[in-house]
Design a binder for this molecule. Structure first.
Ligand SMILES: Cc1cc2nc3c(=O)[nH]c(=O)nc-3n(C[C@H](O)[C@H](O)[C@H](O)COP(=O)(O)OP(=O)(O)OC[C@H]3O[C@@H](n4cnc5c(N)ncnc54)[C@H](O)[C@@H]3O)c2cc1C
Length: 263
């Protein structure tokens, strides 16, 4: 989905799929394509009708599930701060032939198909951040119980206890929001605002808990041996992707509070 000039504003994407006698010819550039080094297939969102010929910007986009044919694609790995278990890539696509049977559903409806998967993904990423935060918090609490400074455990100090207690409450609250979003989605009820709220609250609470865990460990928080520095790096992506905190706030303001769309 994501391109150098189209991240949060998906409909601005510039990759084109032009019709040929037996399918499509794709040209364009993608970024942050996950597992591009390993994949045999790619799920690709491309514009099949120019934006200026569409009634709405969300029309005219199509999804393809096609071979990752490296004769027509240059896949370049991005060196990144965390999430090392999967590679992320830039993909340069040059005259990639795509057979017409690799089109998913109807041509031009790709954006609407995509919407169906966005809410569960937000819940999933929110939960990922909550899990990272809870893990960091339990490590911090254990360290606070055991580490003695000035002749007593550091966890006896309220300046150490209170932020951890706050982390616990925020993580639990984010968890409940994620469960509400997931159960609404499963029941076919309105899930958008709750899924976005779960992603936001999970990301923020997770990040705060991971950062606090590093601080609770003092100097050892910076040492790889205690793992919390890794959790802090890993949780960062849950704030950024697939939607940023700012854009969640815009969405919630619009959909939950009826305020004018601001983006
Ligand atoms: C590790 C990683 C893995 C990823 N995996 C995938 C993947 O598998 N597939 C895929 O398609 N994409 C993937 N992405 C892309 C990810 O979804 C985008 O990076 C994300 O949507 C943000 O888009 P952007 O980077 O273009 O940010 P931009 O759109 O350039 O935004 C930059 C900043 O400006 C802010 N901003 C923009 N507009 C407004 C506004 N109106 N009001 C307030 N603030 C605003 C944003 O909130 C953000 O903070 C991945 C990214 C990363 C880092």
């Amino acid at each position: 989905m994501t391109e150098p000039n189209a991240g949060l504003n998906t409909t601005a994407l510039e990759t084109r799929a032009e019709k040929t006698s037996d399918g499509y010819l794709v040209n364009g550039r993608k970024i942050w394509t996950t597992t591009g080094q390993e994949a045999d297939k790619i799920m690709l969102l491309a514009r099949t009708t120019p934006k200026e010929n569409c009634k709405k910007a969300t029309d005219g986009l199509s999804i393809f599930y096609t071979d990752m044919n490296r004769d027509y694609m240059d896949v370049r790995i991005i060196d990144k701060m965390g999430r090392k278990a999967v590679d992320s890539n830039e993909v340069f696509i040059d005259n990639l032939p795509v057979p017409k049977e690799d089109l998913i559903g109807e041509e031009g409806k790709g954006f609407y198909y995509l919407l169906h998967s966005l809410n569960p993904e937000r819940v999933l990423v929110g939960m990922e951040a909550i899990g990272l935060g809870m893990n960091a918090l339990s490590r911090a609490a254990q360290y606070a119980r055991e580490r003695e400074v000035f002749g007593r455990p550091i966890g006896m100090n309220q300046a150490i206890q209170h932020p951890l207690a706050e982390n616990w409450m925020e993580l639990e609250a984010a968890y409940l929001m994620a469960m509400k979003a997931a159960s609404n989605y499963d029941a076919g009820l309105e899930a958008g605002v709750y899924a976005n709220a779960a992603k936001y609250l999970g990301g923020e609470a997770g990040f705060k808990a991971c950062t606090q865990a590093v601080m609770t460990h003092g100097g050892m928080g910076y040492a790889k041996e205690f793992t919390v520095e890794r959790l802090m790096r890993e949780v960062m992506i849950c704030r950024i992707a697939p939607v940023s905190p700012q854009l969640v706030l815009c969405y919630v303001a619009e959909k939950a509070l009826g305020l004018p769309k601001s983006y």
